[in-house]
Design a protein around this ligand. Structure first.
Ligand code: ACO
Length: 425
């Protein structure tokens, strides 16, 4: 049942068509065009999904004008302050926060699935030591489909849940092996008694023959960053994962597609690009030059970590991340890039070009400075984003696969190529 209707008039024929309109819990009302082509012969045209909802979802809501983000109705500020990543993972999957017993169980499930098959570990040897970690991650996660395929029944809710646990459990292990491979060190096996982030830090940075103590500041900062990255409704990587998964393909292959999309510098790859940009700017005295470059339409340069398709006021995640930056620097010492980033933000936010277009620092602007302080190399930044975002991907995959009237995703096109002609022979 629709909440109201809109009327479409074809001025060429004078015909009118009524289209159902639905009201969402929040946000703009939506015109349902699923039967538009059948009834009118028209398609709609919306490259980049500027005005199109690709699906119905109960998971996350964000209001770009207000700078508001909620997972399952809970504001991101409250989740970041009061909940762990494992609690948020449970929340995204189950709609409710876990009680102590449920939290214990999901932590145990995830800890149980951290290990990789030995034969999968051999796969890393085939990658060159300087391969980009996101390239390795895309390949290795895709290859999980070779290990978990035949007994996996995506119509079985228990199998779906186990897939979610496996992905969240194995991503830090894969990330750590990728890093160790790049520095030529022996991989440290996961310790199931540690917290999710403690275990990851231990796998990343402990070395055989040396003691390694997990720093609670680093453990907490990483956990909050994973919470902040956990979901962001129908962004490019989630939509890619949903589209790939809509064909009922193996979920590990669908997640690999999401990872490939996230890698791009206009999406998750921006966190790595921000530090490269700050390095190129080098000094506060060069900021004006780079601001001018960003505004010049003949120059491809853009301020990385600035701007967002939906947020036109501020990105609430960026505000929280900036505060974590201060906490981390208190422990690890000041980073001159922080001062440069803050000055860049200050100048850009007063500039008419950025004000007019609603361009603000996004989630990626300050996150790299924290990752860097914790000892992660720049190439690993988007891998860290992937670990957090995988929680949302799994919730979206389960939501999509469980839909009773799920359809394969199949966009249409606006054909502007040549008209029919005959081969001149
Ligand atoms: N620097 C300079 N100008 C910018 C920037 C930027 N970072 N971002 C957008 N603009 C300008 C565009 O040139 C355009 O100007 P115009 O209207 O004069 O043509 C206007 O702002 C609108 O930009 P679009 O590209 O149409 O906005 P869109 O919603 O398609 O893109 C995006 C959003 C991709 C995030 C863009 O702002 C960008 O490239 N930012 C830099 C990369 C980045 O930080 N990405 C991370 C995003 S968050 C995430 O995915 C995790």
């Amino acid at each position: 049942m629709s909440d109201s209707k809109v009327t479409l008039t074809d001025h060429e024929t004078g015909k009118t068509y009524e289209l159902p309109v639905y009201k969402a819990t929040y946000g703009s009302p939506l015109i349902d065009i699923t039967s538009l082509n059948k009834e009118t012969g028209f398609f709609t045209y919306d490259p980049g999904f500027m005005s199109t909802a690709s699906c119905r979802s109960d998971i996350t809501y964000l209001d770009g004008a207000k700078g508001e983000l909620m997972y399952r109705g809970y504001p991101i500020e409250q989740l970041a302050e009061k909940c762990s990543f494992m609690e948020v993972f449970y929340l995204l999957l189950n709609s409710e926060l876990p009680n102590a017993e449920q939290l214990n169980e999901i932590e145990r499930e995830v800890a149980d699935h951290t290990i990789l098959y030995e034969s999968l570990l051999h796969l890393f040897e085939g990658f060159h030591y300087d391969a980009h970690p996101m390239a390795i991650l895309t390949g290795v996660v895709g290859s999980l489909s070779a290990f978990y395929n035949d007994p996996l029944d995506i119509t079985n809710p228990e199998h779906r849940l186990e897939t979610a646990y496996r992905i969240i459990a194995k991503l830090p292990t894969i990330a750590a092996v990728t890093y160790k491979h790049s520095v030529g060190e022996r991989f440290t096996y996961a310790n199931s008694k540690m917290s999710y982030c403690g275990r990851f830090l231990h796998m990343m940075f402990s070395r055989s023959g040396e003691d390694y103590e997990i720093d609670p500041v680093a453990e907490k900062a990483l956990d909050v960053l994973f919470v902040l990255h956990a979901d962001h409704e129908q962004n490019a990587s989630t939509s890619t994962m949903r589209l790939a998964g809509s064909s009922d393909t193996n979920p590990y292959a669908a997640i690999a597609a999401g990872i490939a999309s996230l890698w791009g510098p206009t999406h998750g790859g921006a966190n790595e690009a921000v530090l490269k940009m700050l390095r190129n700017i080098g000094d506060v005295k060069n900021i004006d030059k780079y601001i001018a470059k960003a505004k010049d339409k003949n120059d491809p340069f853009r301020l990385m970590g600035f701007g967002h398709r939906v947020y036109k006021n501020f990105d609430p995640r960026a505000k929280i991340i900036k505060n974590i930056c201060y906490q981390v620097m208190e422990k690890y010492g000041n980073d001159p890039r922080m001062e440069l980033a803050m000055k860049l933000e200050e100048i850009a936010l007063k500039d008419e070009y950025f004000i007019k277009r609603g361009l603000y620092p996004n989630v990626d602007f300050y996150s790299g400075i924290i990752y860097s302080a914790l000892g992660f190399p720049e190439e690993m930044f988007t891998v860290l984003f992937t670990i957090g975002r995988a929680a949302g991907w799994m919730a979206h995959w389960i939501e999509m696969i469980s839909e009773p009237h799920k359809r394969i995703g199949r966009p249409r096109q606006y054909y502007t190529g040549l008209a029919r002609r005959d081969v001149p022979r």
